[in-house]
Write a new protein. Structure first.
Length: 666
């Protein structure tokens, strides 16, 4: 889609953002009905057994309720700015909604537009996440800020002529191959945009890290982001290995242990101004304890009196509007302490701001998720270059959050793999077409460099996706091209105790095997579910995994994948009931994107007389599934159904051509 002007662009994406927000609310509504409160709490989307107390009025006349729980709050996705609902017991869906305005380790404060009902107060309150409103608001704010960044706006509207200049550099990482070096040479001097296309296993993040190193070396201030916390942390680790001064901004509870020492929160602990702020907050806590001895000026006792009125009447020793002098004096004492608390908090925030500013100013690269790039911490910071890793897993509005802070932009990703997850069916066709793809369409492949050497897969596994999705331009590095199960200590000689046909399926000299059920194991659906499962394929998966472990393969080196949630659930139950260790990861294709294992077992599930393959028709899902393994790929499916699609038919034919085809009747 081509946009005529800012207003056209703004209205288009604002509508999509609001559609997706509504879809997320509906998702949480359905999940609240389907899952127990305990399961929602384990997922980080609910907090149970809270005690709620009305603590005053907030901005715009909102009612503030503080929720606490003995022992503190559990780890949770709920954060400041999120939309939540309060209930007692299982929510019905029509409960009062509020916005989280403050969060500590021990409490959650929620603002409600009207006086909260009894079920939102007292003991036994449950708070449920209803929408991650923070991210949606940051997307909308980025859309508004776009008008101020004329260079970015011109880029998005297709009005610039990108300059891609190859500049020879002294490469820091001597292990980079020629295509990686070419990407670095071009990216560093390009203006205003450059794309790094990184197919599976080609070292995309390694290449991006070298580019950032080169940018920093010539004095650029860099903001580096990714859509997920995992991808962001991966980038932080690699940049730290370059000796770059990197600071990770974001929620510490979602950051991996290996990068904690690079987080803003960790670094603040050693800053003297921040220590001063903490001492002031300790004073505040002591004052709050003292304040508990006095009467809070709640509506019950205030009766229309202002703070000044209360203090004046207390000094005069007058009883007013039926409020005893003793209570008025107690409220005045409460207010005096509150004024001291407010002054201390204001001073503490000044110290905090000084400390944060010092740490961020000393950083050469700041890393965050796309959403966290719009946080208050980075509110007034601009950068020379914004780098977005895994950009093909980010929607365009998500990318805008960091991009509005920059003057040049680098994106890395692979548009041949799965697009970002979008809940709204109406918005999906637009939001799943990423900015990475749109820039390619608008400006052509001249702004892109594709990485061509992969360091993950045996070449037999690699050859089909390389030809089908990457025009045959990918090659396997010699270090992985011929790796098999033999390199993991599993040779033909140990297959003696493995029953037929699993001895052939697990033959280490066959890196790729398609196990064909020939329609003998039909798919099934659970009542009320739109997903599918296949019992026969699950039994084959069980036997493959059991025999792999019997041969000595470590459980952590095995991954089991299916496109369908219900098959994942079914396989988990079956494998765990039969003693398979939970170190064997069992996930959806989407959940395995960006991951790898020594051995991958895939169940395609679909098997029906109509030869209908559903959302498998998006062959990017096939690409992701079959590019996760290093040495062995076992695919289980019904060729009679799958071969209704040209690409799947070609895949089955390819397995035959490399001697990797077996029929197994469940």
């Amino acid at each position: 889609m081509k946009f005529r002007n800012y207003e056209d662009y703004y209205s288009h994406f604002k509508r999509l953002i609001l559609l997706e927000r509504e879809a997320e609310i509906e998702f949480h509504r359905r999940e609240i009905k389907r899952l127990s409160g305990e399961k929602r709490e384990r997922l980080g989307r609910a907090i149970l057994n809270l005690r709620g107390k009305l603590v005053g009025r907030g901005l715009g006349g909102t009612y503030l309720v503080k929720y606490v729980r003995r022992g503190g709050l559990p780890q949770t996705e709920i954060k400041v700015g999120d939309l939540v609902i309060a209930s007692k017991g299982k929510p019905r869906g029509n409960e009062i909604q509020g916005t989280v305005v403050e969060k500590t380790r021990f409490s959650l404060t929620v603002a409600y537009d009207r006086h909260p009902p009894s079920y939102a107060l007292g003991k036994g309150v449950r708070i449920d996440l209803f929408a991650n409103d923070v991210t949606f608001r940051r997307m909308l704010e980025a859309l508004r800020r776009l008008k101020e960044n004329s260079k970015l706006l011109d880029l998005l509207l297709g009005r610039v002529e990108p300059k891609v200049i190859s500049k020879p550099l002294k490469i820091f990482n001597g292990k980079l191959n020629n295509s990686q070096r070419a990407a670095v040479f071009k990216a560093v001097a390009s203006d205003p945009v450059f794309l790094v296309h990184g197919p599976p296993g080609t070292g995309k993040t390694t290449t991006v890290s070298e580019i950032i190193y080169q940018l920093v070396k010539v004095g650029n201030r860099v903001l580096a982001t990714a859509d997920s916390n995992v991808a962001t942390d991966n980038l932080v680790e690699k940049l730290a290995n370059y000796g770059i001064k990197v600071v990770r901004v974001g929620n510490p509870s979602r950051i991996t242990d290996t990068v904690v020492k690079y987080t803003l929160d960790y670094l603040l602990q050693y800053d003297e101004d921040y220590k001063r702020a903490l001492r002031l907050y300790e004073e505040v806590d002591s004052l709050k304890e003292e304040q508990e001895k006095y009467t809070s000026p709640s509506p019950r006792w205030r009766r229309g009196m202002s703070d000044e009125d209360i203090v004046r009447y207390a000094e005069k020793g007058e009883s007013v509007r039926g409020v005893p002098v003793k209570v008025i004096r107690a409220m005045a004492d409460w207010l005096r302490i509150q004024r001291r608390i407010n002054a201390l908090i204001e001073k503490a925030k000044e110290y905090e701001a000084i400390a944060i500013d010092r740490i961020l100013e000393n950083a050469e690269v700041i890393c965050s998720t796309n959403s966290s790039a719009g946080s208050e911490v980075l509110a007034n910071r601009d950068f020379d270059v914004v780098v977005i890793d895994e950009a093909t897993q980010s929607t365009e509005p998500s990318c805008l959050i960091p991009m509005v802070k920059g003057e040049r932009w680098l994106m890395a990703g692979d548009h041949k793999q799965l697009p970002p997850t979008v809940l709204s069916e109406e918005a999906a066709p637009h939001l799943q077409r990423t900015l990475f793809e749109r820039m390619l369409e608008v400006y052509g492949s001249g702004i892109k460099e594709m990485l061509r050497v992969q360091y993950r897969m045996n070449e037999v596994i690699m050859r089909f996706p390389a030809k089908t999705f990457y025009d045959g331009k990918i090659i396997a590095h010699e270090s992985v091209a011929h790796r098999t199960l033999r390199d993991l200590g599993i040779g033909v000689e140990v297959l003696g105790d493995v029953p037929h046909p699993y001895d052939r399926i697990l033959d280490p000299d066959r890196p790729l095997v398609f196990t064909d059920t020939l329609g003998r194991s039909p798919e099934r659906q659970r009542r009320g579910s739109t997903s599918y499962y296949n019992e026969g394929e699950a039994r084959i998966v069980l036997r493959v995994v059991q025999n792999l472990l019997k041969l000595g393969l470590k459980a952590k080196d095995v991954g089991v994948i299916s496109p369908y949630d219900d098959q994942v659930d079914h396989m988990r139950s079956l494998l765990w009931e039969n003693g398979v260790p939970n170190e064997v990861e069992i996930k959806t294709v989407d959940g395995f994107q960006g991951r790898e294992k020594e051995v991958i077992v895939v169940s395609f599930v679909r098997s029906n007389s109509y030869r209908e393959i559903g959302f498998l028709v998006d062959t990017r899902r096939l690409n992701v599934a079959i590019t996760r393994p290093k040495v062995k790929l076992v695919v289980i499916g019904d060729s009679l159904t799958l071969e209704s699609h040209d690409v799947y038919r070609a895949f089955v034919e390819y397995t035959r051509s490399v001697g990797g085809y077996e029929v197994v009747l469940p």
